[in-house]
Design a protein around this ligand. Structure first.
Ligand SMILES: [Fe+2]
Length: 198
């Protein structure tokens, strides 16, 4: 079943995660950094989706509402402010998004990206719950160079820039999926269930 689900992802990615990565990631002493990096990646996914809506799809008021939506999550992650349990109340967007006129794919981007942000914020909260269960305190971790390296190749003119950003997002999502699948057999049941669900 999982193999079947992964088949198109592996085809798209062309290469597999190196065994050396799995060997490091499965060490129990590396669990905190794996979870902390995962946590921040969930926020970054939400932020990237928000960026796409703000840049391509909505007017300023709607853009500001999006910024306010993510702010408690950013405050927690980058400024160590707020109680993580309160973030559960912020997973929903209350204001409706007004599409910018003259942009042909506004509504489509809004519909897809708002759902995506909700999902990523929910994942963010799920990682925090797991960290609590494992007694891992939040601390900031440096980001990997991988996303930045890919984004350097994004073309600088539209609509190519939007297309390239979406392709980069697809690679990042596919790779995370493939990675959780290779790591899942090496972790305990709680984490295995979570990784398989992702
Ligand atoms: Fe996610």
């Amino acid at each position: 079943m999982i193999e079947q689900l992964l088949q198109p992802i592996n085809q798209f990615l062309l290469c597999q995660t190196p065994v050396a990565w799995v060997d490091e990631a499965k060490k129990s002493e590396n669990l905190p950094v794996v979870l902390l990096d995962h946590l921040v990646c969930e926020l970054k996914a939400a932020q990237s989706a928000m960026y796409l809506i703000r840049k391509y799809a909505v007017d300023k008021d709607s853009g500001d509402a999006l910024l306010a939506w993510l702010k408690p999550f950013e405050d927690f992650t980058y400024r160590k402010q707020g109680d993580w349990k309160a973030l559960a109340d912020h997973e929903k967007l209350t204001k409706s998004m007004i599409p910018k006129s003259g942009a042909p794919y506004s509504q489509d981007l809004i519909d897809k990206m708002v759902l995506l942000i909700k999902e990523e914020l929910h994942h963010f909260y799920q990682v925090l719950e797991i960290m609590e269960e494992y007694g891992i305190a939040y601390e900031s971790v440096g980001s990997s160079r991988y996303a930045r390296g890919m984004l350097r190749h994004v073309r600088t003119y539209e609509p190519a820039a939007l297309i390239d950003k979406l392709i980069c997002g697809a690679y990042i999502e596919a790779r995370s999926c493939e990675r959780f699948a290779v790591l899942a057999p090496h972790v305990d049941k709680r984490l295995n269930d979570f990784y398989v669900s992702l």
